[in-house]
Design a protein around this ligand. Sequence first.
Ligand SMILES: Cc1ncc(COP(=O)(O)O)c(C=O)c1O
Length: 399
Amino acid sequence: MNPDLEHLQPYPFERLRQLLSGVTPKTGKQTINLSVGEPKHTPPGIVTEALITHLHRLANYPLTRGRRELREAIGEWLINRFHLPQASLDPDRHILPVNGTREALFAFAQTVIDRSKAPVAIMPNPFYQIYEGAVLLAGAEPWYLNTTEADGYLPNFSSVPDTVWRRCQLVYVCTPGNPTGAVLPEQALQGLIELADRFDFVIASDECYSEIYPDQAGPPPGLLGAAAAMGRKDFRRCMVFHSLSKRSNLPGMRSGFVAGDAEIMDRFFQYRTYHGCAMPPATQAASTVAWQDESHVVENRRYYTDKFSAVLDVIGNSLAAGQPEGAFYLWPKLRGSDTEFARELYREQNLIVLPGSFLSRDTEAGNPGYGYVRMALVAPLDECVDAAGRIREFSGSFT
Ligand SMILES: Cc1ncc(COP(=O)(O)O)c(C=O)c1O
């Protein structure tokens, strides 16, 4: 067996299951589960129709690179969304379709890490658990960069010692962040690109929540836009990861893409050829339609905006929860233990939330997820408002 498998941590939902096992909710109210970040709004009809229409393509092996029309649609979307110079992205060199960002974020570490050089990979803490598993199985040492209230829940790159930067081969960032919802400003991304040049590492920017934001006039910036705004003609050391799962409510379709540095992409392509993870032909056709349509994305954002506003109205000041800059999570700071809060909330209100410490690691400066819970506002509005009422009732009694 691969000995690195021993380093993998139990997944947060397994820890949640253990935390709640043996607890019986006191109330006859229906269970509401806010612990899982699975989009629940209706997928766009044009995409599901395209998927069905193209099922006959099942008779063909798809190419790892995908069809050119899909890569072109993705390229156009990126250029419009992040104000990239026209023709700055070559669909043949800078873009690869992937079966959701999860597998791509994992596969990417296997491609770029050189395990012979005592590598370090930096990631935010708390974080999307795949980063850590990817890094451990690639033979690198994870370095956790705590994202705390003091830093606006953003990674503070200036706190990383040079000794760590010198060994660093890969940095994961997540913007908007899961679970905090914090958005990395363009300047911070540019600062990170400068560090990447200086210390020779690759940036993997997980932007799968980039289309879920409340300020319609101010979409979150992205890494490629930050690079272009610095006047860089290429996207050297920069890779972005995007997904249809959250943008278009299609988590079951498994569709996303990676875009950026052409040289790294070439090696990533080679890796993927052997890995055997080409996107099925019908999924490619449906994804092309999805990336070409913005109206369903605008509508989806409106649902989230309405939901956050209704939920925060009900929660009021019973909990320190605020509107996130992006993504669909509340990340309230509690007065005490997150695991106790989650367990008692389940017992009293039959409401499931995820303890923040299950999403983060202990560090010398403590566990930055301790004393927080993650609540995904993915359920329909009524259910989320019902949950907010329960949280309000519970928080009043929980000290
Ligand atoms: C931060 C983050 N990145 C990536 C993913 C993976 O999404 P997908 O594989 O559906 O694109 C998720 C899913 O919840 C996530 O929260």
